[in-house]
Design a binder for this molecule. Structure first.
Ligand code: 5GP
Ligand code: ZN
Length: 109
């Protein structure tokens, strides 16, 4: 938990979000500025800043996030979709709490 982190605040419901999946380890919510008709984020509840910080101990968590992307995309009726993880400022990362984007159902940039 990082006090100033927006996704940590969403994890504890201190900040509202359109969450549609949650368990002990991960949550999924719709992006506040969608770049496709369907654009949601899969986010671990643990504060991990970026993919670069992940170690072998995070292997199961990362696998779970990918499988959840497939499950939730299917439940949202997406036939095809795109997943993306931005890593570091040079990789386009703006929120420094690990997250997996899922885009689908329309123009994907
Ligand atoms: P990044 O560029 O870090 O990979 O993507 C961060 C994403 O988080 C952006 O698409 C942005 O719109 C989204 N985002 C930032 N703040 C909030 C927020 O408070 N709520 C929600 N639902 N999404 C957010
Ligand atoms: Zn955080």
């Amino acid at each position: 938990m990082s006090a100033e982190c927006i996704f940590c605040k969403i994890a504890t419901d201190a900040v509202p979000a359109k969450k549609f999946y949650e368990d002990d380890e991960v949550m999924a919510f719709h992006d506040i500025r969608p770049l496709a008709r369907v654009h949601f984020l899969i986010v671990p509840k643990q504060h991990i800043e970026t993919l670069k910080d992940c170690q072998t101990e995070h292997q199961a968590l990362l696998g779970k996030m990918l499988l959840l992307a497939a499950q939730l995309a299917s439940e949202q009726g997406l036939v095809g979709y795109k997943t993306q993880i931005n890593v570091g400022r040079e990789g386009g990362q703006e929120v420094f709490h690990l997250h997996l984007h899922v885009f689908g159902g329309g123009p994907v940039v």
